[in-house]
Design a protein. Structure first.
Length: 125
């Protein structure tokens, strides 16, 4: 019996970084600011021999269990969807079905796997 069941939802704080993308309209090309899940790595230390893990804000990752299945002699699999909530509160994400072993899904359900620092951008805030 698996510890996960269909319909369970896991909502974890998740780091986001600022990004841009280009879009076109009647007036031409425009750069639009956006939020992307994840972190960026910056050189630190006197010689740049250390790395800092930086995020620009916190949002949420939402994992929703669709089903759990044990295919014969193979490990139990968790079928799930992922959606996101940006730091500004706007939800996004496709309802693509993902599959992971129970061990991998357990790790995913705990949230982001690295310690990180939040760097506040006064212009974007």
């Amino acid at each position: 019996m698996s510890e996960f069941t269909a319909g369970q939802e896991f909502k974890n704080a998740y780091p986001f970084v600022r990004g841009t993308y280009s879009t076109f309209d009647e007036e031409g090309e425009h750069e639009v600011q956006t939020w992307n899940p994840g972190v960026r790595y910056e050189a630190a230390g006197y010689w740049g021999d250390e790395t800092e893990v930086i995020a620009d804000g916190n949002g949420f990752q939402i994992l929703t269990v669709v089903d759990v299945h044990k295919p014969g002699k193979y490990p139990t699999r968790v079928f799930y969807t992922v959606s996101w909530v940006r730091p500004d509160g706007r939800p996004f994400g496709k309802k693509k079905l993902h599959i992971a072993t129970v061990d991998k899904f357990r790790r995913l359900s705990r949230g982001f796997h690295l310690a990180y620092a939040i760097e506040i951008d006064e212009v974007a805030a």
